[in-house]
Write a protein that binds this ligand. Structure first.
Ligand code: FES
Length: 219
């Protein structure tokens, strides 16, 4: 494995670097980490590596279709500070049995588990990305998408399912898909079957059409 050049990162440059590495097969990532960090350090000429330096490396040396994939992911990059990953890994260490603690801490800090954070955990701990994804997707407590400013829970328990004659759950799902400000999760019985079909919106339970009217007001 080639030694990574020590780099001072600025802005989102480190997150972008991890995204670039994410396109490299896991088995070769260690070697590419060393080579690519050396090229970026050269571009930075002793100063901090900026976002433009990483973009330049991708544009100049990464072949298609990987180049387009990476540049697209740069545009979608969230605004969390990837340095939180270093702090969390420093606290828990890199062994696989600490993965749950690492993911919980990232979610506490960031609010969800951005895909670039999962890649960074993979690259910094050596835990396989597939293992990290398996854990992150297995436990309902982990969120892989940024929660909206409104959160809706749709009950999929038997009573709610049977009484949802008008397709309320479907309508809510459509609304949520069309609105980035609203996030949704499906739950088992919420313990208020007398309100079925029951929907929880921002912590309050609504019943049937009442829920539909409330959902329509969410931005
Ligand atoms: S089944 Fe929905 S609240 Fe019980």
């Amino acid at each position: 494995m080639s030694e990574a050049t020590a780099i001072t990162w600025s802005g989102k440059s480190e997150a972008m670097f991890e995204i670039m590495l994410g396109e490299v097969p896991e088995a070769m990532r260690g070697m590419f980490r060393g080579k690519l960090s050396a090229v970026i350090a050269q571009k930075a000429q002793g100063g901090p590596a900026a976002e433009d330096h990483v973009t330049a490396v991708v544009t100049e040396i990464v072949p298609e279709p990987f180049k387009s994939n990476i540049l697209k992911k740069f545009k979608e990059l969230g605004d969390f500070d990837i340095k939180v990953i270093d702090t969390i890994i420093e606290k828990h260490g890199t062994s696989q049995d600490k993965l749950m603690y690492i993911l919980h801490d990232i979610q506490d800090e960031v609010g969800y588990l951005p895909v670039e954070a999962l890649r960074a955990v993979c690259n910094k701990t050596g835990i396989h990305l597939s293992t990290i994804y398996n854990v992150a997707t297995f436990y309902k407590t982990f969120k892989l998408t940024r929660p909206g400013s409104h959160h809706v829970k749709v009950c999929c328990g038997t009573a709610c399912h049977l009484s949802d004659k008008n397709g309320l759950a479907r309508q809510i799902e459509d609304k949520v898909n069309a609105s980035p400000a609203v996030s949704m999760e499906k739950t088992l019985c919420m313990g208020c079957c007398d309100c079925s079909p029951a929907v929880e919106i921002d912590g309050r339970i609504y019943k049937g059409d009442e829920a539909k009217a409330k959902i329509a007001t969410l931005a």
